[in-house]
Design a protein around this ligand. Structure first.
Ligand code: ACO
Length: 432
């Protein structure tokens, strides 16, 4: 029998349906609440709001569980690749040999950006943040594919999706090369996805970058671990934009902007900056922990805490292990890793962090791996964006495929001035 919730309001009794997900998460369906009662719900920051039903990713934040299409992240990290996982997220099942080959071919055939787009890079100042360039260039790409709008969103979805996954990597590498005053390096069809990105980033016209399989695998793992994460800030932004029937590239460009902020994807850059400043100040982390607990200090322990995880972020566990392995392999000893470990150890024993259930998140160790493989700090959030693209596309597709999809349009509780009149300018007194 289906459950209902009872609401008593202004002396009236209302029945609200209860929705149960496949993993037994429960929600009270309030979609008719305003029509029936005149009330809306208020949930600042959406901490308790289910904005949609989705079949892509499952998270249990209390237990530290993350699954893409039902498959635990630990299994995918061990057995899959970023591109196979991208297929899984977008199409809902693991690909057969044939499906994976077709998908890979589509990525290779679409890896080059339109040659004219190269000129757009000239317009950015050399110190422009690559996230600004990435977002602008993804949006600009839509001008080069006029068939992207309206119904074509649907009929040519496969090619648009492959184009976006493949080209975001090319745009990112070109942005980096331009910012350093280096000539761009074109993708090489013989290389697989992640190897190709490293080639475009680090090869020179006169000398090919030496691809170490362990480095390729470490970066591929970072992409895979970032590939989706349910209704976070950037994915919700992509869905919000997509709900207006904007095209895939425009929706993804908006996602990049949302991801840029230091409370979201920008945290991986902020973590390294924090570790570096702790190191430069001669602190071993102890002083910083005290500051992070003091609300007036304006400091937070970056890479710690999560809106959903009230337990160890499962991605952080995988990354921490990979971080030790790659540093050992490359024979690098990084003082920032020592500080990170000390911070983690201290925070996990400190009542402030224990009571608030603050644990390391995915960003805490990912920056140290990226540093070790030579990715510059300003590119960290870009790497996150490349990784997150399949998740954004999978969420875009859910909206595209849903015949009942409606434009996203939250409401608000207005707390501004009540009705008052326009005062002519010469009769106004200065109030500020
Ligand atoms: N350091 C110190 N205190 C913290 C931290 C932190 N990193 N994170 C949360 N807190 C404290 C808050 O001050 C608050 O304390 P209070 O209850 O005494 O007021 C309490 O913990 C709850 O924090 P909120 O900000 O309300 O939690 P929210 O769910 O809104 O924010 C967020 C989550 C943004 C991730 C937060 O933990 C944070 O700022 N972390 C650092 C930035 C970061 O690592 N972001 C990456 C997130 S993962 C991702 O996007 C991939």
């Amino acid at each position: 029998m289906s459950k209902i919730a009872i609401l008593e309001l202004d002396g009236q009794r209302y029945e609200l349906p209860v929705v149960v997900g496949t993993e037994n998460e429960r929600a009270v369906d309030i979609s008719d609440l305003r029509a029936k009662t005149g009330y809306i719900t208020l949930d600042d920051g959406y901490g308790n709001t289910g904005s949609c039903s989705s079949a892509v990713t499952f998270i249990d934040g209390e237990q530290g569980i993350l699954r893409y299409r039902g498959i635990p992240i630990e299994e995918l990290a061990e057995k899959s690749t970023f591109i196979e996982t991208a297929y899984l997220l977008i199409y809902g099942h693991l690909p057969t040999h044939g499906e994976l080959r077709r998908f890979s071919d589509l990525l290779t055939q679409n890896e080059n950006i339109h040659e004219d787009m190269k000129h757009h890079f000239e317009g950015f100042p050399p110190n422009a943040h690559p996230m600004a360039i990435l977002s602008a260039m993804i949006n600009a790409s839509s001008c080069f594919y006029p068939g992207l709008m309206g119904a074509a969103n649907k009929s040519r979805f496969d090619i648009h999706a492959a184009r976006l996954i493949s080209q975001v990597r090319t745009i990112a590498a070109f942005a980096y090369r331009k910012s350093r005053g280096l000539p761009v390096i074109y993708p090489k069809p013989v290389y697989k996805y992640t190897a190709n990105f490293l080639h475009m980033m680090f090869s020179d016209v006169y000398q090919e970058y030496e691809l170490k399989p362990e480095v390729v695998r470490a970066l591929d793992l970072i992409f895979l671990l970032h590939a989706d994460h349910e209704q976070n800030c950037s994915t919700s932004t992509v869905r919000m934009v997509a709900s207006s029937q904007a095209n895939l590239f425009a929706s993804a460009a908006a996602g990049v902007c949302a991801l840029w902020g230091p409370l979201h994807g920008g945290a991986n850059q902020a973590v390294i900056e924090m570790l570096q400043s702790i190191h430069n100040s001669g602190d071993d982390g102890s002083r910083f922990i005290t500051q992070a607990k003091d609300k007036n200090s304006g400091k937070r322990l970056m890479g710690f805490g999560h809106r959903v995880y009230k337990n160890y972020d499962p991605r952080a566990k995988i990354i921490k292990k990979a971080c030790d392995a790659i540093l050992n392999l490359l024979n690098i000893s990084d003082p920032l890793l020592d500080i990170a470990k000390k911070l983690e150890e201290t925070a996990l024993r400190d009542p402030y962090f224990i009571e608030r259930k603050l644990y390391p998140n995915v960003d805490f160790y990912s920056g140290i791996i990226m540093r070790a493989i030579g990715i510059p700090i300003e590119m960290f959030t870009v790497i996150f964006a490349i990784g997150r693209m399949p998740g954004w596309i999978a969420n875009f597709k859910e909206i595209l495929d849903d015949p009942k999809s409606r434009i996203y349009r939250p409401r608000q509780i207005y707390v501004g001035p009540t009705l008052n009149s326009y005062i002519p300018i010469d009769q106004r007194s200065a109030t500020r």
